[in-house]
Design a binder for this molecule. Structure first.
Ligand code: ZN
Length: 314
């Protein structure tokens, strides 16, 4: 008999729908709609919410009103409202907007970093050092995201050592957490295994966070592998919105309510009120004027199925 795997008893979920989700949607929500979305997510029990990005408005018009969103939010005590920034300019705007946490983002491949933030990785690291100092002075949490850690749409495979070396530099700068991003959904369970093992071998005291996309359907399989290895921090997007900028029509981030449903069924707690979260996903469908990619919103909760299993075609 195979021993039952020991999974973490509790998982930390960071909601990235208001940022990663909305920035890849064609429909641009109003500031008031974004504020409502974020507030309802906090009401549903999400305590880490990526509420915006301080990037060039010309490049990402969906995030142009990030400062207004932060100003209009009524903040729930205990909730960390964060933003991503690529450079010092963005960090200054984020601090002025009173974000609780800043995530600097840079890519594990030179070509993706150039195309995404128009800098070399070395230049991004220099910016990260200044952002770390600014954050410290402002009393804002400083964290980092390594994009395309699971593969680059331009360069293909990304060497593990490069991801780990970059991660080491970010921890040296004082990053409180480093997130590995599967930006274009190239990850699979084997790769999750290798990256996670390499991370814990090199940084045994640190707590890895994974930002997974499900462009090719492997999202929750990747989560399962990570759970098996002890990872207990994941990003997810309400409704699974977001898509992939390189693949129109492909699903985006792993879906928060699908992830929460799976975890709760496994006996893993999240602190999230799933029915309330499903209501938020339905509200988001109304705002976007389309159905969202999430599955639980369509299938309903397992627990709500009739006890006889209800008549179903195979
Ligand atoms: Zn993403």
């Amino acid at each position: 008999m195979i021993a039952a795997p020991r999974f973490p008893s509790r998982v930390s979920i960071r909601e990235v729908g208001p940022r990663d989700g909305l920035q890849n949607e064609d429909v641009i929500l109003s500031t008031a709609q974004k504020v409502r979305l974020i507030e309802r997510l906090a009401d549903a029990g999400l305590v880490l919410i990526e509420a915006g990005a301080f990037v060039r408005p010309a490049s990402v018009p969906q995030m142009a009103d990030a400062a207004e969103v932060f100003a209009a939010l009524s903040r729930r005590p205990g909730v960390v409202y964060s933003a991503i920034v690529p450079n010092v300019t963005g960090a200054k705007r984020a601090i002025a907007a009173r974000v609780d946490a800043i995530q600097v983002f840079l890519s594990a491949s030179e070509s993706h970093n150039r195309s995404n933030v128009n800098m070399s990785i070395g230049q991004s690291l220099a910016q990260a050092a200044d952002i770390a100092a600014l954050s410290r002075a402002a009393g804002v949490q400083f964290e980092a995201v390594v994009s395309v850690a699971f593969g680059c749409p331009f360069e293909g495979d990304v060497p593990l050592e490069r991801v780990m070396d970059l991660t080491a530099r970010l921890f040296d700068l004082g990053a409180q957490q480093v997130t590995f991003g599967d930006t274009t959904g190239m990850g699979h369970p084997g790769l999750v295994h290798d990256l996670t093992q390499a991370f814990y071998a090199r940084f045994p005291q640190e707590r890895l966070r994974l930002h997974l996309h499900s462009a090719r359907g492997a999202g929750l399989a990747n989560v399962l592998m990570a759970l098996h290895l002890g990872v207990d921090c994941f990003d997810a997007s309400v409704g699974g919105i977001g898509g992939c900028p390189f693949a129109p029509g492909a699903p985006g981030n792993i879906c928060t309510e699908d992830l929460v449903h799976m975890l709760h069924e496994m006996g893993i707690s999240t602190g999230i009120d799933l029915p309330a979260l499903l209501d938020v996903a339905r509200m988001l469908e109304g705002m976007l004027g389309r159905t969202v990619p999430g599955q639980t919103i369509k299938a309903g909760l397992c627990k709500h199925l009739p006890p006889d299993g209800s008549p179903r075609l195979p």
